[in-house]
Design a protein around this ligand. Structure first.
Ligand code: HEC
Ligand code: HEC
Length: 372
């Protein structure tokens, strides 16, 4: 074979190999594009029947993560909104999601610990539902893998709604107006709790809030959106040699979720150098996770007092003092937490001004729906 022939044979082989590769890639893409994966089709999961709705993220937040098996539709969002504000989810019809995550309180609760049915109380502060859509996992200890799974928790929690998923299904199936609304969102057939949790999760994915003065300055490039104190406070917040806050409360180039989606012990709820709540340990059973809690987002802080997993700090001044004193020492205290007593009075005031600039716009259509 001369070199010319050899070259053309090589060429043919190359073309054939590329074709096979392309075909395989294409096949993979096709499979990934099918919304219901192999398990979903065999398990017959509920899928919304309406047209997929694009949720537009406000200035300062990334696109909202959407699970493949629950694309939001106008119908499922409206249904989720109704369910969120309806005490029908609780055993005695007295407590709704909004009881503890109220729009009047920044979708959180002004009480350090919330009151469920019969005024029973738990041990943790209700975090805001604002921007929960951006967390990889839900709850202070991350025990729920998704907003959908999270919505199974409160209904069955004895100190929250004290109901059962089966009983909620029964009550909803007995309500003609819910039957009609579920059929419009999910198609005909009995109402299942899977439809309930998916609807609530889709509503929560619209309860997102940013476009704060900080966002308009940092991401909208409006120099007048904040004053000089806020701009200096941002430097204190992000600088490793100053506040070191952004190490955990992340700020990106294009947007800021103000969380690393990780767990840390910053020394909250410590008595006699021991943490009182096991935190992440309850999920992983690892001693190194004892007393670790999920980094909360700092957006809308001015609406969501009190602060921390136990609601122990009543205002932002107390939070500042807490960090300046390096939390409470205990075996798992994070290495990134150290005393900030070197911050000047001006720097402290600037940091506080920055935290106050993170309150954003309340999304439209997030309050209680009009009575039907
Ligand atoms: C009685 C008060 C109460 C009720 C009712 C309640 N919650 Fe909560 N919620 C809490 C508390 C307290 C936590 C934190 C618990 C923990 O982390 O262990 C929480 C956590 C959450 C989280 C996790 C947020 C995060 O930052 O990780 C979401 C989302 C949420 N609730 C949504 C709901 C929805 C939806 C409903 C209704 C189906 C509901 N809640 C009902 C008190 C309540
Ligand atoms: C090592 C990681 C880490 C660093 C550094 C850090 N934080 Fe936090 N922050 C957390 C975690 C985790 C929590 C929740 C702790 C808990 O409840 O036990 C939290 C809670 C907060 C809260 C309460 C939010 C709420 O909704 O309850 C505020 C405010 C806050 N941090 C501001 C700051 C500021 C300001 C700084 C810098 C001075 C800072 N953080 C540095 C991880 C961190």
């Amino acid at each position: 074979m001369n070199s010319r022939k050899l070259l053309s044979v090589l060429f043919v082989v190359l073309v054939a190999a590329t074709a096979v590769l392309l075909y395989n890639e294409n096949n993979k893409l096709h499979k990934a594009g099918v919304p219901a994966n192999a398990t979903a089709t065999t398990d017959a999961h509920a899928m919304p029947i309406g047209a997929r709705l694009e949720i537009k993220a406000p200035l300062g937040l990334p696109p909202v993560p959407i699970p493949a098996d629950n694309p939001p539709t106008a119908e499922t969002i409206a249904l989720g909104r109704r369910l969120y504000y309806d005490p029908i989810l609780s055993i005695d019809n007295t407590v709704s999601c909004a009881t503890c995550h109220s729009p009047e309180a920044g979708f959180a609760d002004p009480k350090p610990v919330s009151q469920g049915v019969g005024k029973k109380t738990g041990t943790r502060n209700s975090p805001t539902v604002f921007n929960a859509a951006y967390f990889d996992v839900q709850f202070w200890d991350g025990r729920a893998p998704s907003l959908e799974k999270q919505a199974e928790g409160p209904v069955q929690n004895p100190v929250e709604m004290a109901d059962t998923l089966a009983n909620v299904e029964k009550k909803l199936n007995a309500d003609p107006s819910y039957r009609e609304q579920f059929a419009k969102a999910w198609g005909p057939g009995p109402i299942t709790y899977e439809m309930v949790e998916k609807s609530i999760a889709s509503f929560e994915r619209t309860v997102i809030s940013a476009n704060s003065p900080f966002d308009r300055w940092k991401y909208g490039h409006d120099e007048k959106a904040v004053n000089a104190s806020v701009k200096r406070g941002f430097v204190v917040f992000t600088s490793k040699q100053k506040g070191n806050c952004a190490t955990c409360h992340l700020v990106g180039e294009k947007y800021a979720a103000f969380t690393d989606n990780k767990f840390h012990d910053i020394g909250v709820g410590v008595k006699m150098e021991q943490v009182t709540d096991p935190g992440r340990y309850a999920v992983t059973q690892k001693e190194s996770d004892r007393g670790l809690f999920k980094t909360p987002s700092l957006r809308n802080l001015t609406l969501t007092a009190p602060y921390m997993h136990d609601g122990s700090l009543k205002d932002l001044k107390q939070v500042m003092d807490f960090y300046i004193g390096a939390g409470n020492s205990n075996p798992n205290l994070d290495k990134e937490i150290h005393a900030l007593d070197f911050l000047t009075g001006q720097e402290r005031a600037d940091l506080l001004a920055f935290l106050n600039s993170l309150t954003g716009e309340i999304p439209a259509n997030s309050g209680p729906p009009r009575a039907r």
